[in-house]
Design a binder for this molecule. Structure first.
Ligand code: GDP
Ligand code: MG
Length: 229
């Protein structure tokens, strides 16, 4: 008999992409609302049982990017880098793919196992957009699940992808944004230094940390200063 397995997934996405609707579809009444530690931003968690798994679902604040400019962005990305959920589900508004994929790229760059829930397919269609779902999945190197969350469409397919990801070893994450020779040289140097620090590189994806340092990301710089003592 297979033991019940527990996995944690985080829901990310732009505001109004349908995150809450997907969260409700997944968790039903099994929800708990609290606050993120130290701040008054609401934290919603819920659970879902599927194919012998207990899936803990954490609703991250709705954000457009993962810089350090707002508390919502810091909460979302700290959860991903520090708590290392088994998968992040990025709710993408299919009628606004270009803007929404900005966040998806940043999530990919963090090296987190990612599933894209391509929601609002009905809106995309009524605007005359045709999206080649399998091509998008191929380009980004992650599963893409078309959904209409307000009609509960796509929830089963999403659950299947979540379980499939949890069952497989951590995906290689073949997506990599090329920053050009000059920046890549600096990223490589920093990445090497970061990798020498075992604790640091276990905590943060070295390439992501290197890029954030080059951006002068205040939150990352602060974290490293504290660590340095
Ligand atoms: P959040 O801000 O990301 O949490 O978004 P919500 O879940 O609150 O959804 C925003 C609005 O979009 C709500 O009115 C939902 O009912 C609606 N919505 C969610 N999913 C879909 C969808 O697939 N198609 C359409 N047309 N509306 C949706
Ligand atoms: Mg919401």
């Amino acid at each position: 008999m297979r033991m019940a397995k527990e996995i944690t997934i985080a829901l990310a996405g732009n505001p109004n992409s349908g995150k809450t609707t997907v969260f409700n579809n997944l968790t039903g009444a099994r929800q708990h609302v609290g606050n993120w530690p130290g701040v008054t931003v609401e934290k919603k968690e819920g659970t879902c049982r599927y194919q012998g798994y207990t899936i803990k679902v954490v609703d991250l604040p709705g954000v457009y990017s993962l810089t350090a400019y707002s508390i919502d962005e810091i909460i979302a990305r700290n959860f991903i880098v520090e708590e290392k959920p088994d998968a992040v589900v990025d709710i993408v508004d299919a009628s606004n793919v270009e803007r929404n994929l900005y966040l998806a790229i940043q999530l990919l760059e963090m090296g987190t196992p990612l599933i894209i829930a391509l929601n609002m397919m009905d809106q995309a269609e009524s605007r005359g957009h045709q999206i080649d779902v399998s091509q998008l999945s191929y380009l980004l190197g992650v599963p893409v699940v078309p959904m209409e969350a307000n009609r509960s469409r796509g929830t089963q397919a999403l659950l299947q992808e979540i379980v499939k990801m949890a069952d497989s070893a951590v995906q290689p994450g073949r997506f990599r944004l090329d920053y050009g020779r000059e920046l890549e040289e600096e990223i490589a140097k920093l990445q090497e230094l970061i990798s020498e620090d075992r604790e640091l590189s276990r905590r943060y994806p070295p390439r992501w940390l290197a890029i954030k340092l080059l951006e002068g990301d205040e939150e990352v710089v602060k974290t490293l200063r504290v660590k340095q003592g």
